[in-house]
Design a protein around this ligand. Structure first.
Ligand SMILES: [Zn+2]
Length: 287
């Protein structure tokens, strides 16, 4: 129990660390969007300031509408403070967030190793949204041949200069990577940010080998914190998390692209999700 209490204090600490510079958003920074799957308007669940949290009545997909326009969202990702959180960013000092990040990275690699029958040597891994390249560098040290894609030019520059990583600046939908190439495609806390999850997944499927695996994490909307705290849920962050998934809607999304979820890990005490009470780690394969 003592261990658990310590964990909860730690969560508060992380929450404080991810507080970013606040932009003043006004109505003209917002746009209304429809469900990416059905093209229909969502039904309002609740409001948070100028953002609406809505649910598609046809397929159950939850999303943000009105949401910030692409231009507005881009401003957030180019902000230098975006990755300086200790969780995704880099710090020379020891801190708890970095230590948790290492725990997650270690177990993410263990899961990938298990999915590839314990043979990582020379396998090709693509990470989408690789931030400062910490996971990518870790995977490289384990013998994987790594490539990254990152939206923020600030982070790309840093990982190229400091970690000598092979990282492309941009998005998977527009970068011309060779088809049928990667044994693993991973994206940690990314799918909730992308413009259109269907187009995103089609692009992932294109570069993945037929027997390859996809491994990713994301917040989930039927988690206890999301259900209890609603608009005060700390991971709602509607300025960036424009799609909200559940294991069900993820299963639907992957199913439509000829894939299936082979593993969904919810346990916040498993090392891969340690102290993440509202996030899941998922593995998927081509059917
Ligand atoms: Zn829908």
């Amino acid at each position: 129990m003592k261990y658990l209490t310590k964990g909860f204090k730690n969560i508060t600490l992380i929450k404080l660390e991810v507080t970013m510079k606040q932009e003043k958003w006004v109505e003209k920074d917002f746009e209304e969007v429809d469900c990416f799957r059905c093209g229909t308007k969502g039904k309002l669940l609740y409001k948070k300031e100028l953002w609406g949290v809505v649910k598609c009545e046809k397929c159950g997909q939850v999303f943000i509408s009105p949401r910030l326009t692409e231009e507005g969202r881009k401003k957030i990702y180019e902000d230098h403070s975006y990755f300086d959180t200790g969780v995704y960013g880099f710090s020379n000092k020891f801190n708890l967030a970095m230590s948790l990040q290492r725990t997650w990275s270690n177990d993410r690699l263990n899961l990938i190793s298990e999915l590839l029958n314990k043979n990582l040597e020379n396998k090709k891994l693509l990470e989408i949204g690789c931030a400062y390249g910490l996971f990518l560098n870790f995977a490289k040290q384990k013998g994987l041949e790594v490539t990254g894609i990152e939206y923020s030019s600030t982070a790309v520059k840093w990982s190229k200069e400091n970690l000598k990583l092979n990282v492309h600046n941009g998005e998977i939908e527009t970068i011309k990577l060779p088809e049928n190439t990667y044994d693993v495609v991973c994206f940690w806390d990314v799918i909730e940010h992308v413009k259109n999850p269907e187009l995103f997944l089609k692009s992932v499927r294109r570069v993945l080998k037929k027997d390859g695996v996809i491994v990713f994490s994301c917040p989930y909307f039927n988690s206890v914190p999301a259900t209890v705290f609603k608009s005060n849920w700390w991971t709602l962050r509607p300025e960036q998390h424009i799609w909200q998934f559940t294991p069900d809607t993820l299963g639907k999304l992957f199913g439509e692209q000829g894939m299936k979820l082979v593993k969904v890990i919810r346990n916040p005490l498993s090392r891969i999700n340690l102290f993440r009470f509202d996030s899941i780690t998922v593995a998927a394969k081509v059917v």
